[in-house]
Design a protein around this ligand. Sequence first.
Ligand SMILES: [Zn+2]
Length: 352
Amino acid sequence: MELFFKKEIHEARFLDPNDEFQEKLVRFEVRTDSFTGSKARVLAHRWRLPKGSLDSFSISKSKEKCPFCPERVNLSTPKFSPSITPSGRIRHGQATVLPNAFPYSQYSGVVVFSDDHHIPLNLFTPEILFNALIASTVYIKRVQEVDGSVAYTSINWNYMPPAGGGIIHPHLQIVVDKKPTNLHGKLIKASLDYEKSRGSNYWYDLIRFEQQRAERYLFYCGKAVFLTSFCPRGMLGEVLSIFNETTSLQDVTQDRWMCFAKGLSKILFCFHHLHVDSFNMTLFASLEKDEEFWVQARIIPRVSLPPLGTSDVNYFEKGHDEVITIISPEDLAGEINAFAEQKHNKITKDGR
Ligand SMILES: [Zn+2]
């Protein structure tokens, strides 16, 4: 595994205006994950907790024209054709599945979590998340029934504007397609190549490696294992959740979904306490059994940087396909573990 994770320490010097122009030495890391092909530069010296999220006035204002609020959802959102469902929309518990009005794949759905217009990250219970995930699978299975050629799916989430969320009302975006997206395809190919060259499963090896190193490992619930990525895809790092020995969406039983929902709820609670109230999530799954590639999710905290609301995506990521991150993955794991412990104690104490 060490062969895949490379870390170089680089140095830069300048004359510091905050220290009478004495020479200042700054160290940063250049990380490479040869398996995923990603690179990140860790500038841990810039780490400080971001402050502030979307204000309550903007949230209540956005409710006035929200297409997903219960008084508007039936009239202002699209319906599926009868071939998908005769009722036009799929309902599961509190969740509603409808077609994406801005589709970017042949089968592009939206799952509205509930009637609640805004849910702070510390209040996403496992039940709310589980319900929306199961609603997603109802839609995905329905697509499989009408089109046997689809083979890949992803469950995606842009939460709040800093993460590209154009609608505050919590919703997931589902893609079902014949071909995987770029990263999904790269991960599948790399998993196959690894199996062929080493005779073992990359995800099995990665989980064991991270458990033994205990630097980025977070926790597990049943088959859902959570850790921070060595080479993150966001300025504030990345959480990776791997469904142990789960080789297709079919393998994700209700128990496994609930375990993932419990872990995700914990991660979102921790983000909230780190003053990060926005994130992207992508869950990749093959629809047919794929022994080499296990179902997995990437959860990337997002933030607008104060005081100007500056984007956390810059030319390095856009133009060079490398990420500058301001917290080391090991420090992020430490922060999350500390808050996860608090949540665990609170659950034990309150019985919720
Ligand atoms: Zn709403």
